[in-house]
Design a protein around this ligand. Structure first.
Ligand code: S3P
Length: 168
């Protein structure tokens, strides 16, 4: 029986959702995909939310969702990439579980997400240079929030999932 929550953080495309699913299937944690939950609750896509109401509105909903879900135990949460931008979110996650940062290079991130269009912050800027710039800006925030860091470049997905469980 697990009784702690695992919060997977990291840049867009760092593999949080895929790894969370593997941990859910193999280790029996309850799965929460934060962005999906937000889309379901708000009945619109993240893209639409950014377009209609702006980033600040999305961040408020993101923070409220985090607080609501963290009342439970045994969760593996795939967080939105920007959840660390608010200090109180970082504090909240650390208090309610173990925070695992899935780190990856800008090149791997770009290769993974270059053909997607569901990330409003990269709209019109889907290139490795911009990803690197945004990653650098957020680096200290991920670092400060993380209890555990896992480098995901050149690792198999199942290996990463096992490593998360070994380390938490
Ligand atoms: C964001 C990451 C996205 C989503 C939103 C904002 C960010 O989630 O929450 O587009 O600020 O990094 P993923 O990391 O799941 O793509």
């Amino acid at each position: 029986m697990n009784n702690l929550n695992i919060f997977l953080i990291g840049f867009m495309g760092s593999g949080k959702s895929t790894i969370a699913k593997k941990i859910y299937k193999k280790y029996g944690y309850k799965l929460v995909e934060m962005d999906e939950l937000i889309e379901k609750n708000e009945n619109m896509t993240i893209n639409e939310m950014f377009e209609k109401y702006g980033e600040e509105h999305f961040r408020n909903i993101e923070s409220n969702t985090l607080i609501e879900m963290s009342k439970e135990n045994n969760l593996v949460v795939s967080c939105g990439g920007g959840v660390v931008l608010r200090k109180e979110n970082a504090e909240y996650m650390k208090k309610n579980g173990v925070v695992v940062w899935l780190n990856a290079s800008a090149k791997s991130i770009y290769d993974r997400i270059k053909n997607t269009d569901n990330r409003p912050l990269l709209k019109g800027n889907m290139n490795e240079e911009y990803i690197k710039e945004l990653m650098d800006k957020r680096y200290e925030k991920y670092k400060a929030c993380a209890d555990i860091v896992i480098d995901t470049d050149r690792k198999k997905l199942m290996e990463i999932a096992d490593e998360v469980i070994e380390k938490v």
